[in-house]
Design a protein around this ligand. Structure first.
Ligand code: IVH
Length: 703
């Protein structure tokens, strides 16, 4: 250093002792969180909270550079190799990306300005071309192919050394195990393993039903699945993959490819069979980066997977090389964030809501918090057992997640106070644990929880106002009483205005009642009355299904109607008699019995009859009278409207046996789109093949 600069640069200020100990405390905190996140796959705070503390530490270190140590969380890529999985040294390090936390347009503009400056471009020069991609919220993966075969899959770890998870990655169907001829002899494809939201919701639903631990978010579920020692467990947790770059590749001068641009490289990966996100776009200059950020931000909720931002990359690979790296981050790329989908806030109260099937859902009332782009004040806690497992109590800080169209939920809890070692301090003994009410908070009916069930339910049925709207909609649907024109908006108005308090009120509606409603002309009012009139003549099966008795679906309703022949016979049936019905087990029998034991449900039924609802009643029928009794049916392919389960249920309710394979004994094969070998076999054996419409005709006895 010259004398001159000594004179002009101020010496770094010595840090006060209080700052030094604060810095130490922040590091300890961040290290603990990082360990929970990377090693245990069980973070206790949302990312946004980690980022906030990280930035606090960065700011203090910036002000007092003398405090920076090489092992500070700000100085390295965090991650650790878990015991039990082998270590893999990456041939080319897996870098991290500089993150722009400014979620406004300025975030993209700042990046473009830096790139232009570093490339020595002036204002007169044309716009820099970028590739803009979603920033997937999963975990980074390096897939190594040698001679076109997948030989190794490794996590990022600390960027230099990751974990060998090849056995687990092989379970991901989207990842090709063998590549087409002509790929470079050595090819490392880098990308993100993630879990789609729908898959995540289903997985958590399963976990909740079993009373098992639920996952905080799709990323944690994915990370946990990837790092399993037992790949059978991974296989049960549906994972997906998007490719976004390369690691080691056979060099161009050794016969490897020269892609020219990042975009061309992604297109090539696509033709080799790797999934590349359809949103990936080319953007010219800052303005198109901003437009991409906004466009994807507007789409974010509707995407099938979580993203926490977008990534911009300079498109030309020669310019990328020219820009190079700064420690562990390339200068040619940046991640531009969106508002966080998980935030910390205070749980101010826990209320109970009654849903459409009478399920009681505890709901946390929250101090308002901006999460996933909206202000949230309520979040579901799912059920009593979830609350207990998460240890949530009124007054706690809770982690709220809002992603996509899924309703906001409390996914975790941060104990209000912790000691120096991070151990939770005992909470106020004055805050009681949450309890489920014994009576429905809306109608006062008793609350029950069936053995083995996680959910509490109101037994009020049609009598409970909270269940009424849903009950009316269910009653009116096509497969029940088929009341055309009675949709959600109308039902809301009818129930909210008090015109309907129970199903029988529907049949007392007059033109005058309807005229006063929003967007209801005289013509549509008359149409609705006509539809109501038509619905008076129905079938016992439709009527039973329309009542919305828990566990009584369309098929069971048909079974019941057939078995008992008359409504009175069914209403007076004891449990033993109900169990005689084909496909009615103890749970269904119990539910039917309990429904008709409630006096108000009987009243509703009588009132509907009094309002003129009628159907043909008959003598109880024997199973042999079922249209498909004794027939064997095989389902194959995807049907246009029915799920495989629904089709099976309908067939079985009609007396058919649904089998998995086609033989000479098969009576019918019902084939949908992409039917494969079973269809071929049926044709070979001359077994009649039906489509969904044909199957429906068969079910109606028109076969
Ligand atoms: S490129 C040199 N592209 O973000 C750049 N990363 O800190 C290497 N990520 O853990 C990464 N979406 O797993 C890149 N479209 C995308 C990405 C992406 C998500 C993750 C990546 C890594 C982190 C970068």
């Amino acid at each position: 250093m010259s004398e001159q600069s000594d004179l002009f640069s101020a010496p770094a200020p010595a840090a006060p002792a209080a700052v030094a100990s604060k810095v130490e405390a922040l590091r300890a905190q961040l290290n603990r969180w990082a360990h929970e996140y990377y090693v245990q796959d069980a973070p206790s705070v949302p990312d946004a909270e980690y980022d906030r503390v990280f930035q606090q530490l960065q700011a203090l270190e910036g002000a007092y550079p003398g405090l920076v140590t090489p092992d500070s969380p700000t100085q390295r890529v965090i991650g650790a190799v878990m015991e039990g999985l082998a270590s893999v040294r990456h041939a080319v390090p897996m870098l991290s990306i500089q993150t722009e936390t400014d979620t406004e347009a300025s975030g993209a503009e700042g990046f473009d300005a830096r790139v232009r400056r570093e490339l020595g471009l002036s204002e007169a020069d044309p716009a820099v071309e970028y590739v803009a991609e979603p920033k997937f919220d999963g975990l980074a993966m390096s897939l190594r192919y040698e001679g076109g075969r997948l030989v190794q899959a490794a996590t990022r770890g600390d960027g230099e050394v990751g974990e060998d998870v090849t056995h687990n990655i092989r379970t991901i169907r989207q990842i090709p195990l063998v590549l087409p001829a002509g790929v470079p002899p050595v090819l490392e494809v880098r990308g993100e393993v993630y879990m789609r939201r729908a898959d995540f919701e289903r997985l958590n639903e399963r976990q909740r039903e079993k009373g098992d631990k639920t996952f905080v978010n799709p990323r944690n579920a994915a990370a946990g699945a990837v790092r399993q020692l037992d790949s059978a467990i991974t296989a049960q947790r549906p994972l997906s993959f998007f490719a976004y770059g390369l690691g080691e590749v056979t060099a161009a001068d050794q016969g490897g490819p020269d892609f020219g641009t990042h975009y061309a490289l992604l297109q090539q990966l696509k033709t080799w069979g790797f999934p590349v996100a359809p949103q990936v776009s080319i953007a010219q200059g800052a303005s198109e980066l901003v437009a991409f950020h906004q466009r994807l931000g507007a789409e974010r909720d509707r995407l099938p997977y979580d993203i926490d931002g977008v990534v911009y990359k300079v498109n030309r690979l020669d310019l990328q090389r020219q820009l190079g790296f700064k420690t562990r981050e390339p200068r040619w790329a940046v991640a531009h964030k969106y508002p966080a989908q998980e935030m910390l806030t205070r749980c101010e109260a826990i209320d109970v809501q009654v849903g459409r099937t009478g399920k009681l859902t505890p709901v946390a009332r929250l101090a308002p918090v901006f999460v996933g782009g909206v202000t949230v004040t309520n979040a579901t806690l799912h059920n009593l057992f979830e609350i207990r497992k998460k240890g949530v109590r009124v007054g706690d800080q809770v982690i709220v997640r809002r992603a996509g169209d899924v309703i906001p939920e409390v996914v975790g809890c941060v104990p209000a106070a912790a000691d120096a070692a991070g151990r939770a301090l005992p909470r106020s003994p004055y805050v009681a644990n949450f309890r489920m009410p014994r009576a429905c908070p809306v109608c006062g009916s008793s609350v029950v929880r069936e053995a083995g069930e996680m959910n509490h339910r109101c037994t009020g049925g049609l009598f409970c106002p909270a269940q009424r709207k849903q009950a009316v909609l269910h009653f009116a649907q096509r497969r029940a009483l088929d009341i055309e024109g009675l949709g959600e908006k109308l039902v809301d108005q009818l129930v909210d205005s008090g015109r309907i308090t129970a199903l029988p009120d529907l049949y007392r509606l007059t033109l005058a009642d309807l005229a006063g409603l929003d967007r209801m002309g005289e013509k549509s009012a008359q149409n609705l009355l006509d539809a109501l009139q038509q619905s008076r003549r129905t079938t016992l099966a439709r009527f039973l299904y329309g009542l919305g008795i828990r566990h009584v679906g369309e098929a069971t309703a048909k079974d019941l109607a057939r078995h008992f022949g008359s409504l009175d016979a069914l209403m007076d049936a004891g449990l033993q008699e109900l169990l005689q019905v084909a496909d009615v087990g103890p749970i269904v029998a119990e539910s039917i019995h309990r429904f008709f034991a409630q006096p108000h449900n009987r009243e509703v039924v009588q009132a509907l009859r009094a309002a003129g609802l009628s159907w043909e009643e008959g003598a109880p029928t024997e199973a042999a009278a079922q249209p498909l009794a004794g027939k064997t049916v095989v389902l194959t392919g995807t049907l246009p409207t029915l799920s495989r389960d629904a089709a099976k249920e309908l067939l079985e309710a009609a007396g058919a046996k649904v089998s998995g394979s086609v033989s000479k004994k098969t009576d019918y094969v019902v084939a949908g789109a992409e039917a494969g070998s079973k269809l071929a076999k049926a044709q070979e054996l001359g077994v009649p093949v039906l489509d969904e419409a044909g199957m429906q005709a068969l079910l109606r006895g028109e076969g």
